[in-house]
Write a protein that binds this ligand. Structure first.
Ligand code: NDP
Ligand code: MG
Length: 382
């Protein structure tokens, strides 16, 4: 494998993917983003892709004029990421788009038989059954980039499915670790945007702080590795050194450790099943000193309880869980709701749509549920 395309190239994972691709000597055939024309233009001169996709039309125009003399095709509009995902040349599609917008491009990459390095967890939370089934049918490999799933993927390589008792996803606990419900009410956007261990895009930084990210990751793991939700737990490792663990039926536990550096996960996904020297720095456990573990406070942070309830409400339930999270994070970032309103609105939304449960929704059902749930969240504040 030596040719890749990067969807969401201007984001936190996207820019780190460019670093890793350069380190590995991969050819970046295509880039795509929503509206960050300035960075796309810089990235063009950095990696010289043959194609650039830009969702926003006026940003696309900006990219077109800046690169008018260059040998590059610019694809614009709503379907641009989907088109980039189905280009013939790349062997692997890295999906680092944030949010539900990543789902359709993942499906089209599967349709075209591409290997997928998947950071966009919303793909599996919104339509996990559908996506994994299609991937199986097409013989497509999906390698996770999310650090916990990258860790689980590595641990699971050493055992059989029926030897596993439980998947243990680790959490940092976020910036509001050990806060009381009362303290959480007055949390500001600035506080929520300061993650203790990871530097990430704005959206995921907020949903990490609420621990909804862990709910999303449990659902992602459920689909990716085919374990029921009852076999997936979350534990806090404050230092974010253990990225996740697998407990075997004989009580042995395998863990994957590493520095908090997403480039390691990106490289793993791009080189799997091989391993090569990495860009990521070595882990020095004597510098870390100690590792500390805690239970999640499910009363103050109801996010995981809510994720379990969403799973009981079926595929539409998890799609709604994701949609309500996305919309609530946007509303919070726009100062339209308070921090703790995120939990309240998500719960209301999950309950409101539970009757819409269908056993095996098609992609149109899922797109409609995402839209409806987001609309419902906005209506909750009027
Ligand atoms: P960012 O917000 O930093 O970047 C998102 C990227 O997606 C940008 O390139 C953005 O373009 C693009 N994008 C947004 N909307 C659209 C759209 N409608 N069509 C096409 N492109 C779009 O996100 P992150 O890199 O932090 O996260 C990406 C994904 O990876 C998320 O699903 C997240 O959960 C997951 N992830 C991230 C981790 C991290 O460390 N950041 C860790 C683990 C998982 P533009 O810049 O033009 O807006
Ligand atoms: Mg993660």
């Amino acid at each position: 494998m030596n040719k890749i395309s990067i969807l969401g190239s201007t984001g936190s994972i996207g820019t780190q993917t460019i670093d890793v691709a350069k380190h590995l000597g991969l050819e970046v055939v295509a880039l795509s983003a929503n509206s960050n024309a300035e960075l796309l233009i810089k990235q063009y001169y950095d990696v010289k892709p043959k194609y650039i996709g830009v969702t926003d039309k006026s940003a696309a125009q900006q990219v077109k004029s800046a690169l008018s003399g260059e040998k590059v095709t610019i694809i614009d509009g709503e379907d641009s990421a989907k088109t980039i995902a189905s280009l013939e040349e790349p062997d692997t599609v890295v999906n680092a788009i944030i949010g539900f917008a990543g789902l359709v491009p993942t499906l089209s990459a599967i349709d075209c038989g591409k290997k997928i390095a998947l950071a966009n967890k919303e793909t599996l939370v919104s339509a996990g059954r559908l996506v994994m089934q299609k991937a199986r049918e097409k013989g497509v490999e999906i390698i996770p980039i999310d650090s916990e799933h990258c860790a689980l993927h590595q641990c699971l390589r050493s055992c059989k499915h029926d030897e596993v008792e439980r998947l243990i996803i680790t959490a940092s606990g976020g910036p509001f670790f050990q806060y009381s419900k009362e303290q959480l009410k007055n949390v500001t956007k600035e506080q929520a945007l300061k993650h203790p261990n990871w530097s990430m895009g704005k959206g995921i930084t907020i949903y990490s702080s609420t621990l909804v990210n862990k709910g999303l990751e449990m659902i992602e793991a459920m689909h990716h590795f085919e374990f029921p939700m009852e076999k997936i737990d979350v534990i806090i490792n404050r230092e974010s050194i253990i990225h996740s663990m697998v407990e075997m039926v004989d009580s042995s536990v395998m863990a994957q450790l590493g520095a908090s550096d997403m480039r390691l996960c990106i490289q793993y996904a791009l080189t799997y099943p091989e391993r090569v020297p990495g860009v990521s720095k070595k882990l020095d456990l004597t510098q870390v000193g100690k590792l500390t573990f805690f239970d999640v406070d499910h009363e103050t942070f109801p996010s995981i309880k809510l994720a379990k309830r969403a799973v009981k409400y079926g595929d539409i339930g998890t799609c709604v869980y994701n949609a309500s999270n996305e919309e609530c994070v946007n509303l919070f970032l726009q100062d339209k709701i308070k921090y703790t309103d995120i939990f309240e609105i998500m719960e209301k939304c999950t309950e409101h749509f539970k009757a819409g449960n269908t056993d095996s929704p098609c992609i149109d059902d899922i797109i409609a549920a995402d839209k409806e749930a987001k609309k419902y969240c906005r209506e909750c504040i009027n």
